[in-house]
Every structure is written in structure tokens, then in C-alpha cells.
Ligand binder design. Structure first.
Ligand code: CA
Length: 230
């Protein structure tokens, strides 16, 4: 099973000049780009490491990007993986074929670095709100996703890695109840082998870290947990 890697964007593209431009743009945007040149290398890669998002070229040397996209969407563990198709084709029917095969978005070459960054950010906001890069707040608690820090009334607090991820997820989905298994799935990834009561341990630690703001994390009896300011 793949381990999740939440800063890596996988570029599947055989054209070196485009790989270079896209890699540069992604690094500028604070992501960690990795490029592969064929569909089969991409397939191997995602089984080892689950990227945050895939930029997938339409025309690849071994098989079409569209075919690879079909395989990705056909595999349950990659169902939600955000994919943007890159292509020189601007024909309407190709665009429809890409979206039909499960592409989340579509970008036509040539594109500007700014357009690419904007599309990626828009898609991540839509699909994975907890991976956005803007400040997240609830009450006196503020989480900065760029510096990976949390403050309470403007003062930084000590918080563990798992509690940070959990808090970030709650802040991205306020006022919504999640069961323990949903939290395991969404925060730790559904291929991680941990028991549901581990969630309770981390919720307990998160509340402790949040001190007087601990009331933000509510227990919803026999259902799970939620973040609520009410
Ligand atoms: Ca190509």
C-alpha cells in the first residue's frame, strides 16, 4: 500500500521543457514536484507514495494519459486522488473524454505558471480543504498551514504531529460530525493500520494542547467528534 505524501505533486509528462517549467512553478508555489516520463512509471510511483495531486499529460510514450487515468480511477485507493490533465489538445470532445474518465480539471498547453498555480489551488480547495495554504481559525485558535504552527490568543502552543493534522482537518470541516473511522480514513489515510481508539487518544491530546480552547472539540455521543464554536 502507498504511503501518503502530502507535499508531493507528481508530474507525468515526457516533454523535458514542460517538466522543467512545471517543476519550477510548483516549487515556487511551495510544493515538492516529482516527475516521471511514462504511464507505467507513474503507476509504480503512486503505489509506493500517494502524491497530493497528479498533473497528467495526455500523450505519453507508452500509453495515453487518459488510459492511465482510467486505471487510477478504477482502483479504490486512488478514487479521491486529484488529477489535472495537461494537454495540447483543445478540442471540446477531448476535454469531455478527460472529464468522463474522472479528471478533476483540464489545462491546455501552452499555459502560464500563474494559471497552473491557480488551477491547482482551486482544485485542492475544492477536494481537500485541509490542504489549503491560508490561515485557519476557530475561536481563539489559529492554525498556520505554512509554518505548521498553532497559536492560542496569538501565542504559539506545543502540539504533536498527529494532533496538528487532526486539528487541521477539523478546522477545514467545522460543525460537521465525523466518526472515528472517518477520522482515521481522512486524517491518517485509509491504508494505515491503527485502531479506532487511537483516535480517542489523539483527541484527548489535542484538547490538552488547546488548553482553554479545548471546548472547540466536541464529543458527539455514540457518533464521534466535531469542531464547533457553538
Ligand atoms: Ca507528451
Amino acid at each position: 500500500m502507498a504511503t501518503a505524501d502530502m507535499s508531493t505533486i507528481l508530474i507525468v509528462e515526457d516533454e523535458p521543457s514542460i517538466v522543467e517549467l512545471v517543476s519550477y512553478t510548483l516549487r515556487e508555489g511551495g510544493w515538492n514536484p516529482t516527475a516521471v516520463h511514462t504511464a507505467s512509471d507513474a503507476w509504480d510511483f503512486i503505489h509506493r507514495r500517494m502524491p497530493l495531486l497528479i498533473l497528467l499529460d495526455w500523450m505519453l510514450p507508452d500509453q495515453t494519459g487518459l488510459r492511465l487515468l482510467g486505471r487510477i480511477r478504477g482502483d479504490r485507493q486512488f478514487n479521491d486522488l486529484p488529477v489535472i490533465m495537461l494537454t495540447a489538445k483543445s478540442m471540446e470532445e477531448d476535454k469531455i473524454a478527460g472529464l468522463d474518465h474522472g479528471a478533476d480539471d483540464y489545462i491546455t498547453k501552452p499555459f502560464s505558471p500563474r494559471e497552473l498555480t491557480a488551477r491547482i489551488n482551486a482544485l485542492l480547495r475544492r477536494k481537500l480543504p485541509e490542504h489549503g495554504q491560508s490561515m485557519m481559525t476557530a475561536g481563539a485558535v489559529q492554525l498556520d498551514p505554512i509554518s505548521c504552527s498553532v497559536s492560542l490568543n496569538q501565542a504559539k502552543i506545543e502540539i504533536g504531529h498527529a494532533e496538528f493534522k487532526l486539528l487541521k482537518f477539523f478546522l477545514a470541516h467545522p460543525e460537521r460530525v465525523f466518526s472515528r473511522s472517518q477520522l482515521l480514513d481522512k486524517v491518517w489515510g485509509d491504508h494505515v493500520m491503527i485502531e479506532e481508539r487511537t483516535v480517542d487518544v489523539h483527541v484527548l491530546r489535542l484538547r490538552k494542547a488547546l488548553k482553554e480552547a479545548e471546548h472547540l472539540i466536541k464529543t458527539v455521543r455514540s457518533v464521534g467528534y466535531m469542531l464547533s464554536e457553538k
